[in-house]
Design a protein around this ligand. Structure first.
Ligand SMILES: NC(=O)c1ccc[n+]([C@@H]2O[C@H](COP(=O)([O-])OP(=O)(O)OC[C@H]3O[C@@H](n4cnc5c(N)ncnc54)[C@H](O)[C@@H]3O)[C@@H](O)[C@H]2O)c1
Length: 333
């Protein structure tokens, strides 16, 4: 098994600026346009910055090609370091650019959303979306460092806060320590720190997702379907994915823990109800899950919860899983 770990550094914006200023002469970066106002003047006017608008929509091969061409024109070399500054979509795209350019250069991720700080920007799974689905072209390429600077969150829209909290709720089932911190209503900064360290440790032990790293996919089987069909942010879809998994497996005690965590995190429970989305259609949903599944030619590998802090992987035939979905009242639409 391959082991790999990035250095996680927690810092204030002034410290980040200080670090960046040392790279001024050889600074290459791919940055979410939305965080421009957070950055110093010399970065805003740098000719070596590729600014990314609407990151999720542009996390694709077309923009990948544009960015690679841009950095080659700007003289990037094998010894250059590429900075990725933005949410998870930006760090996914920039990480893939770094993985491919000149057969791979070093990169540093600087997450600017809560979701990216606890998950997306850590671990080196980098990818772009294809018309056929999300994250279908990519690589494993760990950032050499992750600079976590919570000051960026001052401008984060509420919906994106909730998305980050959805991923945090996932960690609450993977780690008893994180669960207790959530229930005790510790500050989001403290909890996020724990989540980032937790993920970094799992990635260190299993970089290529051959063992425990799979557990980080808790809630993602149904979650990816919800994200795509309901057009909701990733983390909200993951939180819903966990909730409906618990419902169809009739795990009432864990559902209570789910609700306790969602409330402690201040999430809007109404937005996590399938009934809030009148356009939901179970046949289209199953079709999406089937397409998604077809790519691995295996049974579904569901991550299930035994108890808080203890999850496991269970293989299941997709038709058996569909029967479980169909039997559940809220999916009958
Ligand atoms: N590689 C991984 O291991 C991994 C894990 C989880 C998620 N992801 C990927 O991460 C993406 C989701 O990440 P995300 O939720 O950060 O989405 P995102 O990058 O699309 O950012 C969400 C929105 O917030 C804006 N934004 C970013 N920082 C901001 C700030 N500080 N202030 C105001 N607005 C800001 C962005 O412009 C965007 O509109 C998905 O593409 C998902 O596939 C990857």
């Amino acid at each position: 098994m391959i082991r790999m770990k990035s250095q996680l550094t927690y810092l204030k914006k002034s410290e980040l600026y200080n670090d960046l200023s040392h790279q001024q002469d050889n600074f290459f970066a791919l940055i979410d346009d939305e965080v421009k106002d957070h950055l110093p003047d010399w970065v805003r006017s740098s000719k070596k910055v590729f600014w990314l608008k609407r990151p999720e929509q542009n996390k694709n091969l077309h923009t990948f090609g544009e960015a690679v061409g841009f950095f080659l024109d700007q003289g990037i070399s094998r010894t250059s370091v590429l900075y990725a500054i933005g949410g998870g979509a930006t760090t996914d795209l920039a990480g893939f650019v770094a993985a491919s350019l000149l057969r791979g250069i070093s990169w540093i991720s600087v997450p600017t959303t809560l979701l990216a700080m606890v998950d997306g920007a850590i671990g080196g799974k980098v990818a772009v979306n294809m018309p056929q689905g999300k994250n279908l072209v990519g690589a494993f390429h760990a950032p050499q460092e992750v600079f976590i600077c919570p000051d960026f969150l001052s401008t984060l829209p509420e919906e994106e806060w909730n998305s980050g909290k959805g991923e945090i709720l996932k960690y609450g089932f993977l780690s008893l320590n994180i669960f207790e911190k959530i229930i005790a209503k510790e500050s989001i900064e403290v909890i996020a720190h724990q989540c980032a360290d937790f993920k970094n440790q799992i990635v260190e032990d299993d970089f290529k997702e051959q063992a425990d790293r799979i557990l980080l996919n808790l809630g993602h089987t149904l979650g990816h379907g919800f994200e795509s069909m309901l057009q909701i942010p990733h983390g909200l879809a993951v939180a819903m994915g966990i909730k409906y998994l618990l419902k169809i497996f009739s795990q009432q005690d864990m559902l209570e823990n789910w609700e306790k965590m969602a409330l402690a995190l201040g999430m809007d429970l109404n937005k996590l109800e399938l009934s809030a989305y009148p356009d939901f259609n179970v046949d289209k949903f199953k079709k999406y899950l089937f397409q998604d599944k077809k790519r691995s030619h295996l049974n579904l590998r569901l991550v299930l919860i035994k108890k808080v802090g203890s999850c496991f992987v269970q293989e299941m035939n997709i038709q058996d899983f569909f029967k479980k979905i169909e039997a559940y009242e809220e999916f009958k639409r």
